[in-house]
Design a protein around this ligand. Structure first.
Ligand SMILES: Cc1ncc(COP(=O)(O)O)c(C=O)c1O
Length: 400
């Protein structure tokens, strides 16, 4: 007897599994055989990944015998937690090692989002974050972003107009993905006060805060909140060491961490032990500050080169873009009739990949914009990619 997959008794939430266009772009690009400048995925620069050092440490870790390959404690390897305490200045009772930032987002949503709950998000926001909220059947309340990040006044107005205010606020306040914007210090205070008034949880997703090009960004919401239990931080080594290790952490109140450990135990038991041991030893080298300085220099140069390429190639077409103070992304907007979704296939054929703006919002919208990652490619490759993008636009829309 053959059963059609569509007739299987799926859970209601299966309908809400949208996946991520960002992640799918990795497979899409792997299938292409022509040369493509990859400005789509938020991958670190190849030279920013300390692969030689990690390779040498990996050899030691893998040679260490059975414990390397055994189950580990759910909260994280003790040695990695020691190092994380030093690196973050946070006590281990407030830390949980996760399989990258994504698992952190999943665990927080698992704990706080019931079907129908309203979760406020930036518009545009990180696709995987909103997809995670949707997978727990949360409803997204999209709030605009301006030069100073999330518009907290708009959030207050939108949330107060609901029968019940949002239960959670998901924000990427520093060098936001995808806009590159940073929430000002004043707004950070206002956001925390608003969340407290609503009794809402703040989920601060902060993969890029350590990658400031000049000076330092405002303090994180977690640090500003004086360990308030309703503020949770999700962090990752993906952008500052290596995404393939899938190693990140959550910072939260000890009682919340205890619940997350229970949630993680019925998810994956513990994070990958060899990857944790690798990260532990990498941190123990004591070279993280110098490593981060190097990354900031690489990414600042790449960002500056991207700004020059955009001005040369897309400025004459009437495009505008953000000039981020750190992180990986710039958000480029075009005048009508340019539609970045419609353009995507032609751009890919012309040899450049980006993420169309509508991937970062729910429903229609933002098709006048796209996200470019300036971190992954060398400046010369990025310049070529932006020129290919211009050529694809000119070929399709023939703007004057
Ligand atoms: C804002 C944001 N949050 C979370 C993640 C996921 O991080 P990880 O790759 O460690 O799961 C990313 C990765 O692009 C991101 O940009």
């Amino acid at each position: 007897m053959s059963i059609e997959p569509a007739t299987l008794p799926f859970a209601a939430r299966a309908d809400r599994l949208t996946g991520s266009e960002i992640d799918s772009s990795t497979s899409l690009l792997q299938r292409q055989t022509h040369d493509i400048v990859r400005l789509a995925m938020g991958s670190p620069a190849a030279e920013a990944i300390p692969s030689e050092v990690l390779g040498a440490i990996a050899a030691e870790v893998y040679a260490a015998g059975a414990p390397t390959f055994d189950y580990g404690p759910t909260e994280g390897e003790a040695g990695l937690l020691d190092q994380l305490e030093r690196f973050t200045g946070t006590g281990r009772e407030r830390l949980l090692v996760t399989a990258g930032g994504m698992q952190g987002l999943d665990l927080v949503c698992k704990l706080f989002v019931d079907p129908g709950d309203v979760v406020a998000v930036e518009a545009p926001t990180y696709t995987n974050g909103s997809a995670t909220i949707a997978s727990y059947e949360g409803r997204l309340l999209e709030v605009p972003v301006d030069e100073d990040g999330l518009v907290v006044d708009a959030l207050a107005e939108l949330g107060d107009a609901l029968p019940r205010p949002p239960k959670m606020i998901y924000t990427i306040p520093t060098f936001q993905n995808p806009s590159g914007k940073t929430l000002s210090l004043r707004r950070r205070g206002e956001l925390l006060a608003l969340a407290e008034r609503w009794g809402a949880v703040v989920l601060e997703d902060d993969p890029y805060g350590r990658l400031a090009f000049d000076g330092s960004p405002p303090p994180s919401l977690v640090s500003l909140s004086d360990e308030a239990p309703w503020v949770l931080g999700v962090q990752t080594f993906s952008k500052i060491v290596a995404p393939g290790l899938r190693c990140g952490w959550i910072e939260a109140a000890p009682s919340v961490i205890a619940l997350m450990i229970a949630a993680k135990q019925c998810m994956d038991t513990c994070s990958n032990v060899p990857a944790q041991l690798l990260m532990e030893r990498f941190l123990a080298l004591g070279e993280m500050d110098a490593h981060l300085d190097r990354l900031r220099t690489i990414y600042r140069r790449r960002k500056e080169a991207m700004m020059r390429s955009l001005a040369a190639s897309l400025g004459p077409l009437g495009a505008t873009w953000t000039d981020p103070g750190g992180g990986f992304f710039t958000w480029v907007s075009f005048p009508p009739p340019i539609d970045t979704r419609e353009l995507f296939e032609a751009a890919l054929a012309a040899g450049v990949a980006y993420i169309p703006g509508d991937a970062f919002v729910t429903g229609p919208g933002s098709t006048d914009s796209l996200r470019l990652c300036f971190a992954s490619c060398t400046s010369a490759r990025a310049e070529l990619g932006v020129a290919r993008l211009r050529d694809a636009i000119v070929a399709r829309y023939n703007p004057a």
